[in-house]
Design a protein around this ligand. Structure first.
Ligand SMILES: [Zn+2]
Length: 176
């Protein structure tokens, strides 16, 4: 399809390098999607506790459980603050999801891998995106890859035309 070709060339976002995962997860306001090769995925929000009189500032972890990816997060547990460094992920009394829930098991595994500096393969991590048309938050891998949300992508496809298959100008070419 012409539209798909045009969108493929627009791919602004790619899966993030697992070695950057720690910095991404602990930045303070992260929204990260973890995708399985099976197609299953979870979107997590990891927010660091605000500055307070207490020296400890843990990270709170939620999983997306509703249609609004800016708000519909269910609390899973927290990552402890070990003197400013992120520690273990643990469920707390406020956790609304059981310890055997796939979203918890997946997060625990990913977190342990990142902390140890290991690859998270076969999982793939995606940082959130923004729709280039309406600026909505994007958390679905296909949308992050194209830069378009599911509604706006229809408009983008309609706008593409044939042609434009000319050679790039010299400064865009690889030096030989
Ligand atoms: Zn949009």
């Amino acid at each position: 399809m012409l539209g798909e070709l045009a969108l493929a060339s627009l791919s602004a976002r790619r899966p993030i390098d697992p070695t950057s995962g720690m910095a991404l997860f602990t930045a303070g306001n992260a929204i990260v999607t973890v995708a399985s090769p099976s197609g299953a995925r979870f979107t997590y929000r990891i927010q660091r506790a605000k500055e307070s009189r207490r020296p400890s500032r843990p990270w709170f972890v939620g999983v997306l459980t509703g249609p609004d990816n800016t708000a519909d997060y269910t609390y899973l547990g927290m990552i402890g603050d070990e003197g400013g460094r992120p520690g273990d992920f643990c469920r707390t009394r406020g956790s609304h999801v059981g310890e055997d829930a796939p979203s918890v098991v997946a997060f625990q595994w990913i977190w342990a891998r990142l902390r140890a500096g290991h690859s998270v393969a076969p999982a793939t991590l995606y940082h959130e995106g923004r729709c280039v048309r309406c600026a909505r938050l994007l958390t679905v891998p296909e949308s992050i890859a194209t830069g378009y949300g599911p509604e706006c992508v229809k408009v983008a496809v309609a706008l593409t035309t044939a042609g434009g298959a000319t050679a790039p100008p010299a400064w865009l070419r690889k030096p030989s």
